[in-house]
Ligand binder design. Structure first.
Ligand SMILES: Cc1cc2nc3c(=O)[nH]c(=O)nc-3n(C[C@H](O)[C@H](O)[C@H](O)COP(=O)(O)OP(=O)(O)OC[C@H]3O[C@@H](n4cnc5c(N)ncnc54)[C@H](O)[C@@H]3O)c2cc1C
Length: 452
């Protein structure tokens, strides 16, 4: 297994300090060597969706390259709670045992609070795990499965314009007008039966050091980061009005101040609870995770952050709204942030290019389903890709993938959307929480739906 201990603490960006001494997942190929290979599949982004896709594609016998902008391991904004569906997928990938060995924490209770009244509900077991842990384990599994891994490398796809791709069926032989819009580069790639992925080093990468890789299919698994799609031609993404931003900070238990509510309040002493503290301007999720850390992740109104002038002060205001005394320690910690959360890409596939995971679209993380969607998309896309490559026919699989995404948005994400909406309305949210207390079957149904 290509891994070694990383001791480099020179370049610590927000969130990385929890990684000092963590296992590094080293590159298995150089950019120069990657340029010489005719890949079946290039996956851009080694988060949950990208690694899942890479592992399963390698198991199908495809020659796969996994490109990642960051050095691994890396932290990222996430509550780190794996729901039963996600755990099931991880078992199928063969990494669940390793996650347990690494100390994932089992959460059995949800403590949710909008204002001062706490509501505590049993939940199907969730596993709490740092993203640095789970993502590295997945990349290791990908390498073991035969995937080549190229970290600290940015991938970019020159893609066709939306005008062209939004038609019901996209023709591999575009018309003369399409030609003008798409550009000869992409057109000739399709004709040659390949897609091009430009890569450059993530740090200090000059234009001159960029290289052109070629694959039969490319998968964009870059999360909320749309940089791989920011090529010469446009790929549309709509951001919902009033969308929140995500933030996260990791605190080690040894860093908590003596009078921290996390160690003093009886409610928080139960280390098997997921705590959701909700206020009109956002919500904070807190839980114990592996390695003795607390994961503090939140979705905040950007206006509230501007108003308070800092992320920790906005977190304080939510904790205070729920009746607890904020902990000063997170004012000294680095916070990671995301762009606006609620968004959708259109389309999510064109022949030879597929989007997976958060790249497809994302809703606020109140119900914490993002990782299971990312896993689900990896499991669903690989049979389509394998079939397309086998038959050398790409149009059908791309239109099937667009349909899959529409269905996901319509059904699977509807509960999440509904819950996130209630969480913005204090009176309604309190009323919903009370109804859930009075009628456990309704509560259980919502919990079950949200964790499916
Ligand atoms: C506040 C918050 C809390 C959350 N809590 C939970 C939770 O508790 N449970 C849960 O299941 N989900 C949660 N989520 C959602 C979850 O984090 C995402 O849904 C999940 O990470 C999506 O996985 P992904 O693989 O699509 O993208 P990501 O995990 O974001 O991975 C994308 C990868 O692509 C890389 N990349 C980006 N651009 C490039 C490029 N140009 N070239 C190469 N690499 C690139 C990035 O470095 C990154 O490693 C939460 C989200 C937020 C914001």
């Amino acid at each position: 297994m290509a891994s070694q201990l990383s001791t480099d603490s020179k370049m610590i960006s927000p969130g990385d300090e929890v990684l000092i001494g963590a296992r590094e997942v080293a590159a298995t190929i150089t950019a120069a060597d990657a340029e010489r290979v005719a890949w079946d599949l290039i996956v851009v982004g080694a988060g949950i969706a990208g690694s899942t896709t890479a592992i399963l594609a390698a198991r199908e016998g495809l020659r796969v390259l996994l490109i990642e902008a960051k050095r691994f391991p890396r932290e990222k904004v996430c509550g780190g709670c794996l729901n039963p569906r996600a755990i099931d997928y991880l078992k199928r990938l063969g990494v669940a045992d390793e996650l347990q060995r690494q100390g994932s924490v089992v959460l059995r209770q949800l403590h949710v609070q909008f204002g001062r009244a706490p509501h505590c509900w049993p939940i199907p077991n969730l596993w709490s795990v740092r993203r640095s842990t789970v993502d590295s384990i997945l990349v290791q599994k990908a390498i073991e499965s035969g995937v080549q891994f190229l970290p600290e490398t940015v991938g970019l796809l020159p893609l066709p314009s939306r005008d062209l791709t939004s038609r019901d069926s996209y023709s591999a032989k575009p018309s003369a007008t399409d030609d003008a819009r798409v550009g000869n580069g992409f057109r000739s790639q399709l004709e040659q039966g390949s897609v091009e992925v430009q890569i450059r080093p993530a740090v200090g990468g000059q234009r001159s050091s960029s290289r052109r890789l070629v694959a039969k299919v490319a998968v964009v698994a870059s999360g909320l980061n749309r940089s791989p799609l920011g090529g010469t031609l446009q790929w549309s993404s709509s951001v919902a009005q009033g969308s929140r931003i995500g933030v996260q900070c990791m605190l080690h238990e040894s860093e908590l101040s003596e009078d921290s509510f996390l160690t003093q309040s009886p409610m928080f002493l139960d280390q098997q609870s997921l705590h959701m503290l909700v206020a009109p301007n956002g919500y904070v999720g807190l839980c114990k995770t592996d390695g003795g850390y607390y994961d503090i992740a939140a979705a905040l109104d950007p206006e509230a952050v501007h108003g308070k002038n800092s992320i920790p002060a906005t977190i304080d205001s939510i904790i205070d709204y729920c009746g607890y005394r904020p902990d000063s320690v997170w004012h000294t910690k680095p916070w990671m942030t995301t762009p606006h959360l609620t968004r959708a890409s259109d389309p999510v596939a064109v022949p030879r290019v597929f989007l997976v995971g958060d790249s497809i679209g994302y809703i606020e993380p109140f119900t914490g389903e993002g990782m299971s969607w990312a896993l689900a998309s990896g499991f669903a896309v690989v049979p389509l890709i394998a079939e397309a490559i086998r038959c050398n026919s790409y149009e059908d699989s791309s239109s099937k993938w667009n349909q899959w995404a529409i269905q996901q948005r319509r059904f699977s994400q509807s509960v999440c959307r509904w819950v996130a909406k209630q969480a913005r309305m204090p009176r309604r949210a309190q009323w919903v929480l009370r109804v859930c207390d009075w009628f456990p079957p309704i509560r259980n149904w919502i919990v079950r739906k949200a964790t499916q």
